[in-house]
Design a binder for this molecule. Structure first.
Ligand code: HXC
Length: 284
């Protein structure tokens, strides 16, 4: 975790983090509170919300947890009313709540497709619209940060509903950056590579061998730390990034780019061996 931010970087902000009880959402909520924000987290299960709120309070921060399934538009409206009753006007939103599982696409049922797309895409839209309406009415401006993924751009086998919905989140981010930018509302997204959180790993990483293969694809030779993402998110929610609008920040140790470069496989060979091989290719 960086100690270089001003300790009051996010003071006076009321930040909503969807899916804030666990994983990346929890790490972001802890960090935002540490930087002075009042945080409201939501999620379907009350237990992780209560635990994260209690951890934030133990560290001297301010937080509330409110149960809410972001797939349900009425629940989202009620959530924002309750959040503002408890902690005043919401000023920042992080669309983090996500659903995903590995599946062969021909086997996915309509309910399975809905569970993912409604959580990721509809949920992000409902929350973003709820905030945008408030910020436009109040003429305060505001900031939305959405958690996308690198395969929103490239697509990925076996996670098609997730890829489709994350691509939609990127389209929403770019569209509203134009539509609401003049109203002082800015929207950005982060496209993380693999971060070893329980929610993602339990569903997406079947075994140690595949985990190793996933790590080997990353040029910096490690997975990301949730605290690193929390620092980036803090920057993107703060006025330090006031001129950034409609961007998608890739945060993956170089993984996505490395998968595309045709000669990147040479990096798996010892460097001296690669040099010898290239030497041999030189014309006499
Ligand atoms: C096929 C499945 C399935 C699976 C569930 N379903 N799991 N189909 N393969 N593995 C189907 C069910 O059969 C059902 O359809 C429908 O999905 C809904 O399932 P429920 O269990 O009733 O729904 P629900 O409780 O809402 O569960 C939603 C969920 C679950 C998505 C299935 O995994 C969940 O709650 N996930 C939330 C947390 C999460 O996914 N975190 C990971 C995000 S990480 P039928 O037809 O039988 O009724 C991420 C990072 C990406 O996105 C980048 C990584 C590198």
């Amino acid at each position: 975790m960086s100690d270089d931010f001003a300790p009051d970087l996010l003071a006076d902000q009321h930040i909503v983090v969807t899916g804030g009880g666990t994983g990346l959402g929890r790490a972001m909520a802890l960090r935002f509170a540490d930087l002075g924000a009042a945080v409201t987290i939501n999620g379907r299960r009350p237990e992780p919300l209560a635990e994260t709120v209690s951890d934030i309070e133990d560290a001297g921060g301010t937080a509330e947890g409110i149960s809410c399934n972001v797939r349900e538009p009425e629940a989202v409206q009620a959530f924002f009313e309750e959040a503002e009753e408890r902690q005043g006007p919401v000023t920042r939103l992080v669309n983090n709540a996500a659903a995903n599982f590995l599946a062969a696409t021909e086997d996915i049922s309509p309910n399975g497709f809905d569970a993912i797309v409604k959580t990721n895409l509809y949920g992000s839209f409902y929350c973003t619209q709820a905030c945008g309406r408030r910020w436009l009415d109040r003429e305060t401006g505001g900031v939305v940060l959405s958690i996308a993924t690198t395969y929103a751009e490239t697509g990925s086998a076996y996670v098609v509903p997730s890829a489709m919905s994350k691509a939609g989140i990127v389209a929403m981010t770019r569209s509203l950056a134009a539509e609401w930018g003049g109203e002082g509302v800015r929207l950005n997204a982060v496209a993380p590579g693999p971060f070893p959180t329980e929610g993602a790993w339990d569903r997406l990483v079947p075994g140690d061998d595949l985990e190793r293969k996933m790590r080997d694809r990353i040029p910096v030779e490690r997975f990301g730390e949730p605290e690193e993402l929390a620092d980036l998110a803090s920057f993107l929610l703060s006025d330090l990034s006031a001129f950034m609008n409609g961007d998608v920040v890739t945060f993956d140790g170089g993984e996505a780019l490395a998968a595309g470069g045709q000669f990147n496989t040479f990096t798996r060979m010892p460097r001296e061996q690669v040099k010898t091989m290239m030497e041999a290719l030189k014309p006499d």
